[in-house]
Design a protein. Structure first.
Length: 438
């Protein structure tokens, strides 16, 4: 089937960004067939199905390079005891209690809800990091089920740690799932963080990643405690420990990298490892600022994730932009670099890990496309698109989200399931999860 998305302003992004207005994008099967001017394409593809995009931007969909779908049921959850006073207590009092309470059905619904939110926000591919202490084996199948039903793309892993069962089932689940990869769902080897992973678990995880030619997805120096405990127990810093273990490389992803030194940044660059920056989460946990502009300046691929805080990549990008200027006390920085993390680095990081090439509207690429309600009030062209993205489109609604040529959301309606029914089932499931939180 051939479909023409027509009438809006096409923004191709990619190496040579083109703006075509009014423009059209033709998709056939799961791929982009042609990109060009509306007038010519209306004749050339007159028998194609039409998806109306007048008054909208037609552009590549977004990628989220670090998500925690399992965090859904934390919304509105009350946690017993006194409020968490630091990062370690946030883990102990909130996240480790929640992941211990999850069961099979809860994992499925906690994935489905944010995946629908991803569709609403124009995200078609996520790199997820899962944890569910009491239901590990088979947990990634439940997330895959939700991803498949939504018709999206994902890279999944279980964040193994030694805080229970010495990481045995975590490694087992990562291995089991790596044997079941499919076209739209891939695996990585997940580790929670250096300070919760002993040498034996780290060694086995690296061996597993090498066996399947995949990378390691791990939180890195999110809080000073990760560095302090790693130094105390292993006499080296987090990045140096991971490098010495063979955990770094172009397919690996380090999340946060807040409390690292210059030498560690150089190691990340030299190994081709990618970094995921999560500004909202970092501020929420009050763990500090990741020096993303320094890392980008060194040539490191630094992408943007949400760390489970939301599924909204545009607002996350804007947060990263404001945070960079605020932290540097310099209104001249970040204007090009920070938006490029979203529209350039995120697809590049995904491509390094999976080979999927979805950041550019170009013939032959997968048809991962969004239309956004944005009829610009000022001229929009190749030179000023970033200004529109940061200060205009950031609060615009996504109208249609297409993944692999199929509309996951069409004119603001999720196509494959009834959202209210899923929300209702999720609420029932959340009550059962909350009852287990003690
Ligand atoms: Zn995280």
């Amino acid at each position: 089937m051939t479909t023409i998305i027509e009438g809006g302003t096409v923004v191709t992004l990619g190496k040579k960004n083109r703006v075509i207005s009014p423009g059209a994008v033709v998709i056939e099967g799961g791929s982009i067939k042609d990109v060009g001017p509306l007038e010519e394409f209306r004749v050339k593809y007159k028998s194609a199905d039409v998806l109306d995009a007048r008054g909208k931007i037609i552009m590549p969909s977004f990628v989220n390079v670090h998500h925690h779908l399992y965090s859904t049921f934390a919304r509105g959850m009350s946690v017993p005891g006194t409020p968490a006073r630091n990062f370690t207590e946030i883990l102990e009092k909130l996240w480790w209690k929640l992941d211990k309470a999850l069961f099979r059905e809860a994992i499925y619904y906690s994935a489905l809800i944010p995946l629908m939110e991803c569709a609403r926000k124009g995200v078609t591919a996520i790199i997820d990091h899962h944890e569910s202490q009491s239901y590990q084996i088979g947990s990634l199948d439940e997330i895959k089920r939700a991803v498949d039903e939504m018709g999206m793309k994902a890279v999944l892993c279980l964040g193994t740690s030694d805080r229970y069962d010495l990481g045995i089932r975590g490694i087992e689940e990562n291995e089991r799932f790596l044997r079941k990869e499919s076209d739209n769902v891939r695996g990585m080897v997940g580790l929670h963080a250096s300070f919760t992973v002993g040498d034996d678990t780290l060694k086995k995880s690296v061996k597993l990643a090498e066996e399947f030619n995949v990378g390691i997805h791990v939180h890195c120096a999110e809080d000073g405690e990760d560095q302090a405990k790693t130094m105390k127990n292993h006499s080296k810093s987090v990045v140096r420990r991971l490098k010495d273990a063979g955990a770094l490389g172009p397919k690996s992803l380090l999340v946060h990298c807040i409390h690292i030194d210059e030498g560690e940044m150089d190691i990340i660059r030299d190994t081709g490892t990618s970094v995921a920056h999560n500004p909202e989460s970092n501020m929420n946990n009050a763990v500090g600022y990741s020096r993303v502009l320094d890392m980008i300046g060194k040539g490191i691929d630094v992408g943007i994730g949400t760390d489970g805080m939301s599924s909204d990549m545009l607002s996350q990008m804007r947060c990263a932009f404001l945070m960079a200027r605020h932290e540097r006390k310099d209104p001249t920085v970040g204007f090009m670099e920070i938006p490029d993390m979203l529209i350039g680095s995120n697809p590049r990081v995904l491509a390094k890990i999976t080979g999927w090439d979805i950041g550019e509207l170009s013939a032959g690429n997968p048809a991962d496309i969004i239309t956004v309600d944005y009829d610009p009030a000022t001229p929009l062209n190749e030179d000023n698109f970033i200004g529109h993205l940061l200060f205009g489109m950031v609060s615009a609604n996504v109208d249609t989200t297409i993944c692999n040529g199929k509309a996951v959301m069409r004119h603001k309606k999720i196509t494959c399931m009834e959202e209210s029914e899923i929300a209702s089932k999720a609420r029932e499931t959340a009550v059962k999860v909350w009852e287990k939180i003690i």
